[in-house]
Design a protein around this ligand. Structure first.
Ligand code: IMP
Ligand code: MG
Length: 179
């Protein structure tokens, strides 16, 4: 699997450090608020498990699965809910944990939905932000890294369902896409 990677952009240690930094800020902002931390499946799984262990206050976890991509590398714009939350967000301070924000369509839909369901507040934490590609006015509250407009894989991020288990984040060799 490592042979498919052209270059590594963020090591495990880089990601760990970013999680610590964001975790401190989130701890300060959410202490005493019993936030509902929502992990957006599947890409944000690795990030969620690391970030919550850096948040030193009471919180609860829930999961949502949304689909905006087919098997390619471009967002289709059609955002579907594949798995909804188990608990109500009404009156809750919500923190959405996302792997990467690209066009912003996925989060725009999610934030709108949770606001409509009467969440007390909705904040967004993302490990990666591809700001140049933004189409919707979504500004994350906590960002690990601003990334260039390149398709990246690893640490939860996939290409056609693969590479999520890479412990680092990198760029694929061009021939991997053409195969
Ligand atoms: P958006 O709706 O365009 O913001 O897309 C967000 C979703 O697209 C993320 O949750 C990812 O699942 C996926 N995505 C966007 N860019 C990348 C990338 O570079 N690598 C892997 N997945 C990506
Ligand atoms: Mg995702």
């Amino acid at each position: 699997m490592d042979n498919d990677i052209l270059k590594v952009l963020y090591s495990r240690e880089d990601i760990q450090q970013a999680c610590q930094k964001m975790g401190e800020q989130i701890t300060a902002d959410f202490s005493g608020k019993n936030p509902l931390v929502i992990c957006v499946l599947k890409g944000a799984v690795m990030f969620m498990t690391d970030i919550v262990r850096e948040i030193n206050t009471y919180l609860e976890l829930d999961f949502m699965d949304v689909s905006s991509y087919g098997d390619g590398t471009e967002s289709t714009g059609d955002v579907r809910i594949l798995k909804d939350l188990d608990v109500s967000v009404s009156g809750r301070n919500v923190l959405i944990v996302e792997d990467i924000i690209d066009t912003g369509r996925t989060l725009d839909k999610l934030v709108g939905l949770l606001t409509h369901r009467n969440a007390a507040s909705v904040k967004v934490c993302t490990l990666f932000d591809k700001h140049d590609r933004r189409e919707k006015a979504i500004t994350p509250d906590y960002v690990g890294f601003n990334v260039p407009n390149e398709f990246i894989v690893g640490y939860g991020l996939d290409y056609a369902g693969k590479y999520r288990n890479l412990p680092y984040v990198g760029v694929l060799k061009p021939e991997v896409y053409s195969d």
